[in-house]
Write a protein that binds this ligand. Structure first.
Ligand code: TYD
Length: 136
């Protein structure tokens, strides 16, 4: 859990360019975990805010498949804001990092690859609780 913002990685996803359109592919060497779940956020109204939690065990890889959004990342000491707007780039968020997703453009789609199946017990949804896990 004692991860920091240094452990977050922006990863280039291989792109095969073609006159017929581009193709990007995610294989084992791109994502450092076995994918157990895939979900996506879409039809996000302007001004809406997603996330607002951290995870105890889960690792995630976020991709802006379409449009753009911003990810605010916190490790309890520092804050970083990352704009995702390329389908050939993914953001790797390890355990123990607080994330908030905001400023979704119209038509934005956020694809999430996750290392675990859905488990509410894995979430820390209270920022003060999150902060306290970073101190011990
Ligand atoms: P939440 O994780 O809060 O969404 P986000 O972090 O993207 O804002 O989840 C919103 C709701 O959807 C919540 O009731 C839990 C449910 N949910 C599932 O049932 N399965 C899932 O895989 C996910 C991610 C969420």
């Amino acid at each position: 859990m004692q991860t920091t913002l240094q452990d977050i990685k922006l990863v280039d996803i291989p792109k095969i360019e073609d006159r017929r359109g581009n193709l990007s592919v995610i294989e084992k060497d791109c994502v450092p975990f076995d994918v157990k779940r895939v979900y996506y956020l879409y039809d996000v109204p302007s001004g809406a805010y997603r996330g607002g939690h951290s995870h105890k065990k889960l690792v995630q890889f976020l991709i802006a498949l379409s449009g753009s959004f911003e990810v605010v990342l916190k490790d309890g000491k520092h804050v970083e804001r990352v704009m995702l707007n390329r389908p050939d780039q993914g953001l790797l968020i390890p355990t123990g990092i607080w994330r908030e997703l905001e400023n979704f453009s119209s038509g934005a789609v956020c694809l999430v690859l996750a290392s675990e199946v859905y488990d509410e017990e894995d979430y820390i949804r209270n920022f003060r609780t999150f902060k306290s896990t970073k101190r011990t």
